[in-house]
Design a protein around this ligand. Structure first.
Ligand SMILES: [Fe+2]
Length: 258
C-alpha cells in the first residue's frame, strides 16, 4: 500500500529546508506537484490499478527532488553546468534510505530508482524490465508535458543555455530547422544559439509516448503558444519558427489519429 498523504507530508517537510519563497525554487516545486498529478492521469488513462496510479504519482512527486540541492550548490538548473539532477535525486532518496519516509514498502524500489534516474536522460538505459520501462515512460511524458506549461509561465530567458538576455532577438540555426523535421528529440548540446534551444524544447514532442499526453499538448495549444511567446524578431527565424510550430502540430495530429 502506498500512503500518498504521508508521502506528500514528507515531501513538504523536505522542501521546508530550502528557500521555497525564491521564485526559481518555487517554480520547480510546483513542477514536481504538477508532474505527480499528470503521471497519475496518464496511469489512469492506461487503466492501471489504484496502487499503480499511486506509484506513478509518487514517482512524479519525487522525480526532481535533487533539484533543491542542485540550486543550493550551483544556482543553476543546467545539468551541463552542474550535476545530473536525475542521478542526484536517486542519491538523495536511496543513499540513506530516505525513500522509506515516502513509501514503507520496499517492493517498488527498483522501479522508483530506475524511473527517476532515467527521467532526464537523452536515452533511457538498456535492460529495464517492462514494468520499470512503463513507469519510466510515464514520468518522462509527464515531465515533458509540464515543461511546456513551465516555459509558458516564465520568460523564455529562463530557459536559455547561452545566457541570452532577449531570446526574441536570437537567430535560428538552419541545420536545427532541418533536424527538427526528422521527428527525433534534439540534443541541447548541438544547439548553437538560444533560439535552437527553444526548438529543442519543442522537439520534446518527439519523445512523447501516450495518447493522453499528446491530447493534452493539442488541447492546450502548447506549441503555438510557445512560439508566439518567443516572438522571434529576425525575419528568417520568425518564418522558420512558424513552420516549426505548424510541423509540430501536424506531427501531434498524426500521432493522435494513429
Ligand atoms: Fe527533471
Amino acid at each position: 500500500m502506498i500512503d500518498l498523504i504521508k508521502a506528500r507530508q514528507t515531501f513538504k517537510e523536505y522542501t521546508s529546508h530550502y528557500d521555497i519563497g525564491h521564485p526559481r525554487i518555487a517554480l520547480k516545486m510546483v513542477h514536481m506537484y504538477q508532474v505527480a498529478e499528470i503521471a497519475r492521469k496518464i496511469a489512469k488513462s492506461l487503466d492501471l490499478s489504484k496502487e499503480e496510479q499511486d506509484l506513478a504519482e509518487l514517482i512524479g512527486l519525487l522525480h526532481d527532488i535533487g533539484r533543491f540541492e542542485q540550486w543550493k550548490w550551483y544556482e543553476t538548473y543546467s545539468d551541463k553546468l552542474s550535476i545530473d539532477h536525475g542521478q542526484k535525486s536517486v542519491e538523495i532518496l536511496f543513499a540513506d534510505k530516505k525513500v522509506r519516509n515516502f513509501i514503507q514498502d520496499e517492493k517498488y524500489d527498483a522501479i522508483i530508482y530506475k524511473a527517476i534516474n532515467n527521467h532526464n536522460k537523452f536515452e533511457v538505459e538498456k535492460g529495464l524490465s517492462e514494468t520499470e520501462m512503463l513507469y519510466c515512460k510515464i514520468v518522462r511524458d509527464a515531465d515533458n508535458l509540464d515543461i511546456f506549461r513551465m516555459c509558458l509561465e516564465s520568460p523564455p530567458e529562463d530557459y536559455t543555455h547561452f545566457g541570452s538576455q532577449e531570446v526574441s532577438k536570437e537567430i535560428l540555426s538552419p541545420d536545427f530547422f532541418v533536424d527538427f523535421q526528422k521527428e527525433q528529440p534534439l540534443r541541447y548540446t548541438n544547439a548553437k544559439t538560444d533560439m535552437d534551444i527553444m526548438v529543442a524544447i519543442i522537439a520534446h514532442i518527439y519523445a512523447i509516448h501516450f495518447q493522453e499526453t499528446l491530447q493534452n499538448i493539442k488541447e492546450n495549444d502548447y506549441i503555438w503558444k510557445f512560439v508566439k511567446k518567443i516572438n522571434a524578431q529576425d525575419l528568417y527565424t520568425r518564418e522558420k519558427m512558424n513552420e516549426i510550430a505548424a510541423y509540430g502540430m501536424g506531427y501531434i495530429e498524426r500521432r493522435i489519429k494513429e
